[in-house]
Design a protein around this ligand. Structure first.
Ligand SMILES: [Zn+2]
Length: 230
């Protein structure tokens, strides 16, 4: 996957497949990535120029996809957390909170408004995810120190990101984690943490980067590949 940066700082990620097609084909995918197929005569620069020109179109398409996903999600009486589905049970109660325990997601509310119930549910996921991210962060940092590596002080933010699972601003000591990762297994979330931490030592996605990443997290591909299919 590659990323083009727009003049206003926004980014579009794309995945290029070389195929014997006549023209260049573009498709906005569910995961916020543009799938590009082009024949070998089309240069990367041509593709990226086109993406920049049509940026508004793609960003709007991603917004639409997300809106649709949110609407579908709203009516689903299920919460997906760490790769598991939790049935949602609404309990009439004025606490106005949702909690996820071992077996289910319980929503305590007096309201019957589906939007509002979905909001409480989402909040329950985010609350647990934030705690988990703190744990994973400590785990990764501890492991790096054991390997003789010293990660710089790092601020972790959890954000709903459109086109990436994580990002590392190595100059500022800031790692962003996509809140949508909460739906995936713990090891997958961990693979994103390792990926972003690895950028402190390798800023690009070169072979050296991946070699380093596999040294610090040998199961990287096994756990990270599930994100590619989404
Ligand atoms: Zn990266």
């Amino acid at each position: 996957m590659k990323t083009v940066r727009l003049p206003d700082g926004r980014e579009i990620s794309y995945e290029l497949t070389r195929k014997r097609v006549k023209n260049i084909n573009f498709r906005a995918r569910e995961d916020g990535i543009v799938a590009v197929s082009a024949n070998s005569g089309v240069s990367v620069k041509q593709i990226e120029d086109f993406l920049v020109q049509r940026a508004d179109f793609f960003l709007k398409a991603f917004e639409q996809i997300q809106k649709r996903a949110r609407e579908n999600n709203k009516n689903a009486r299920i919460v997906r957390y760490l790769g598991r589905d939790y049935p949602v049970r609404v309990i009439e109660n004025s606490r106005e909170i949702a909690v996820i325990d071992d077996n289910e997601c319980r929503v305590f509310t007096k309201s019957a408004d589906e939007d509002y119930i979905a909001q409480l549910r989402e909040q329950a996921v985010l609350t647990r995810f934030a705690v988990l991210c703190r744990e994973l962060d400590s785990e990764v940092r501890e492991h790096l120190r054991e390997k003789g590596l010293t990660p710089p002080p790092t601020r972790i933010s959890i954000k709903d990101m459109k086109s990436r699972w994580g990002s590392c601003s190595y100059t500022r000591g800031h790692i962003s984690i996509n809140s949508r990762l909460a739906a995936f297994p713990r090891e997958t979330i961990l693979s994103v943490f390792y990926h972003e931490y690895a950028h402190y030592w390798h800023h690009d996605h070169s072979n050296n980067f991946y070699r380093f990443l596999l040294e610090i997290y040998p199961d990287y591909y096994a756990h990270n590949s599930v994100l590619k299919q989404n």
